[in-house]
Design a protein around this ligand. Structure first.
Ligand SMILES: C[S@@+](CC[C@H](N)C(=O)[O-])C[C@H]1O[C@@H](n2cnc3c(N)ncnc32)[C@H](O)[C@@H]1O
Length: 297
């Protein structure tokens, strides 16, 4: 299955649940059947919980392993589409600033334009070299330089978002546009540079206070995309140790239920991701991120 994983496509992932790779599955079965000592006077809840984790790992159907290796999260899937549409909406040859560009994963979307990037490059991760290494509150360029600004998944990392929005307004030409996305619901990341989460009303207030006109705020993913994240993290982070779960009947029952539930949560998360990519359900719930489209009047 691992050799095949590279070639597994979106449309075939469900069918993989019917396919078993004899080598990998045999290996799993060996580990699954390995004796892990329980019981007796030296019984230890921590040991048992570690044993459960080992077993759980090997309970995952190989289809899930294949699919997870291929998984593009709904957030990145929709960002890719939204940013592609934003780039396509610009006049050919527009000068674009990717503000907080990181590894410049969206640079290719602006091939028909002129692309510059700015980032402070302070996080312990891989960066593509920025055109400007700077704090976004002080970008070393003249006023009214850019036709457009891409501002993707950065705003939550700014201790003073108002001053950055004012700076983005300064460097934009009148009539220039900003594509912004940032989370309402997401775990802490790029620590310690992670300060805020935003509602649509918070975005609108901050953009308008900076003298920008908000054209639209909308959900980036549908609620199934948010559910994908929640289920993924529940499966990943909920402890399996009865002691960590508070002990007693509740702790032990919860631990037992989780042993069964976690693989199901992973499967459901994968299905939720697929559902979200097929149809952004926005009638109820909340997005993981919002998209804000704004312009400098
Ligand atoms: C989550 S990453 C997003 C990267 C990219 N825009 C994307 O969507 O994939 C946030 C980026 O913002 C940058 N950043 C955070 N605070 C910054 C600041 N005050 N000035 C400049 N860049 C900053 C980080 O270095 C990081 O590359």
């Amino acid at each position: 299955m691992r050799a095949e994983a590279n070639s597994c496509s979106k449309s075939t992932f469900l069918s993989f649940s019917l396919v078993s790779d004899s080598r990998v599955m045999a290996d799993r079965r060996i580990k699954w059947l390995s004796p892990i000592q329980f019981g007796g006077s030296s019984f230890d809840a921590e040991v048992q919980s570690r044993a459960w984790k080992v077993r759980l790992e090997h309970l995952q159907p190989s289809a899930m392993v294949c699919y997870e290796e291929q998984m593009v999260s709904p957030s990145r899937y929709w960002l890719d589409k939204e940013i592609g549409a934003f780039a396509a909406s610009l006049r050919s040859g527009s000068l674009v600033l990717d503000a907080g560009a990181g590894n410049q994963r969206y640079r290719g979307k602006f091939d028909g334009h002129r692309y510059e990037s700015a980032d402070f490059e302070m996080v312990d991760k891989k960066y593509e070299p920025s055109t400007y290494v700077c704090d976004l509150a002080s970008i070393p360029v003249e006023d009214d330089r850019y036709d457009a600004v891409l501002f993707s998944q950065v705003m939550e990392h700014l201790p003073d978002p108002a001053s950055v929005l004012a700076e983005l307004r300064r460097v934009l030409k009148p009539g220039g546009t900003i594509f912004c996305s940032a989370p309402l619901f997401y775990e802490e990341h790029e620590k310690p540079y992670d300060f805020y989460r935003y509602t649509q009303f918070g975005f609108r207030r901050l953009f308008e206070d900076a003298g920008l006109t908000v054209v639209e705020t909308r959900w980036l993913e549908g609620f199934m995309g948010t559910a994908y994240l929640q289920m993924t993290w529940l499966a990943k982070y909920m402890p399996l140790s009865p002691k960590a779960l508070g002990g007693g009947i509740a702790g032990w029952t919860m631990a037992a239920v989780l042993v069964v539930l976690k693989p199901s949560l992973r499967l459901l998360a994968s299905l939720a991701a697929r559902c979200d990519k097929n149809n952004r359900y926005t009638a109820k719930g909340y997005p993981s991120s919002y998209v804000v489209l704004a312009l400098k009047p």
